[in-house]
Design a protein around this ligand. Structure first.
Ligand code: SF4
Length: 326
């Protein structure tokens, strides 16, 4: 059996390899951006879900760099959330909200999503001991939760991850360690027995928020990987981004919500797209998003409807765009 590291090395990083694999014909090849500013990175599992010669499929839209990324739109900028400003309290810590903060555990991901709001930054920290970050957390007793993000925290080796988790686990005032990860979708083999053993040893409550945008991203291996987490009493939630051509229909959102709840996974957030340079072609209007959520609410139970939210700089929490009565 291949290890997750082997599978990671098999990901498509060369666009010429990916376009050949996808059997793109000339008219589709002309739509591809062969010199993207955000490099191509697509795990084979995800490439296998793209029908041949089809760039309009939701999986293709999410991962194949298109010339549409070169569209300039004045509202779409490199740092719409002002993450490079005062909220960055150490090279790898973003402290925006009361009680919780975001630790950019690594800049590396299992895949490169074309709409990623951190695609213009290098968050790679050379210091995998996270000394400054741990000191900051220890000195702030108001913190009750640390969110491990990135990049993707599961890109860290087990040794580095274990070291970080064990230190966090010893900080009394912390109650929850939350992972934000897309690894289980692209390389579910990352949920290894070794990783589960590390998680089992922790005293703190662990929460996993998995980034997933459409039902096609689930398959048997993904389901099994997520079940290994829920079997440890780790709540698994989803977060998605509302993306044109990917999930901007009540049908697609319903399929995703039902696919999640049938696996014991609760829809948490549906994010309005952050206005990041290169992602304007993914934008869905706010009113359209609200209408989609209202329609979704008619078709699935309340617990299967994610909160439709936007993130604005200087706001002390995410902003709900619609509040539904259950
Ligand atoms: S996995 Fe997350 S951080 Fe990585 S490219 Fe995708 S959206 Fe960005």
């Amino acid at each position: 059996m291949k290890t997750w590291r082997m599978l990671q090395k098999e990901s498509f990083t060369k666009l010429s390899d990916l376009t050949t694999y996808l059997e793109l014909t000339q008219d589709n090849l002309e739509l591809v951006d062969f010199s993207p500013h955000f490099p191509c990175l697509v795990p084979r599992r995800l490439a296998e879900k793209i029908p041949k010669n089809c760039l309009t499929h939701p999986m293709a839209r999410q991962f194949v760099p298109l010339k549409e990324e070169k569209w300039e739109s004045p509202d779409f900028i490199e740092d719409p959330l002002c993450e490079q400003g005062g909220v960055r309290v150490t090279p790898s810590l973003l402290h925006k909200y009361d009680g919780r903060l975001l630790l950019i555990a690594t800049g590396a991901c299992a895949m490169h999503c074309r709409y990623c709001f951190r695609q213009h930054f290098s968050y790679q920290s050379e210091d995998k001991s996270f000394t400054q970050e741990l000191d900051y957390i220890r000195q702030n007793p108001t913190l009750h939760e640390v969110i491990l993000s990135g990049g993707d925290p599961l890109s860290l080796s087990d040794d580095h991850l274990e070291n970080l988790l064990m230190h966090l686990d010893q900080i009394d005032h912390l109650q929850v360690i939350r992972f934000h990860s897309r690894f289980p979708i692209g390389i579910p083999e990352r949920i290894t027995d070794e990783l589960l053993t590390i998680l089992k040893r922790l005293k703190k409550q662990i929460v996993f928020v998995v980034h997933i945008n459409c039902a096609d991203e689930y398959d048997e291996e993904v389901t099994q990987a997520l079940r290994k987490l829920t079997a440890l009493s780790i709540p698994v939630l989803t977060q998605s981004v509302l993306l044109k051509g990917v999930n901007d229909s009540a049908l697609a959102l319903k399929a995703l919500s039902l696919a999640s709840i049938s696996r014991g996974i609760l829809p948490y957030y549906l994010h309005k797209l952050d206005k990041i340079r290169g992602a304007a072609h993914f934008e869905v209007g706010e009113n359209e998003g609200i209408a989609l959520i209202k329609e979704l609410r008619k078709q699935v139970p309340g617990y299967a409807v994610p909160q439709f939210v936007a993130e604005y700089p200087k706001e002390r929490s995410k902003t709900p765009l619609i509040v539904l009565q259950n």
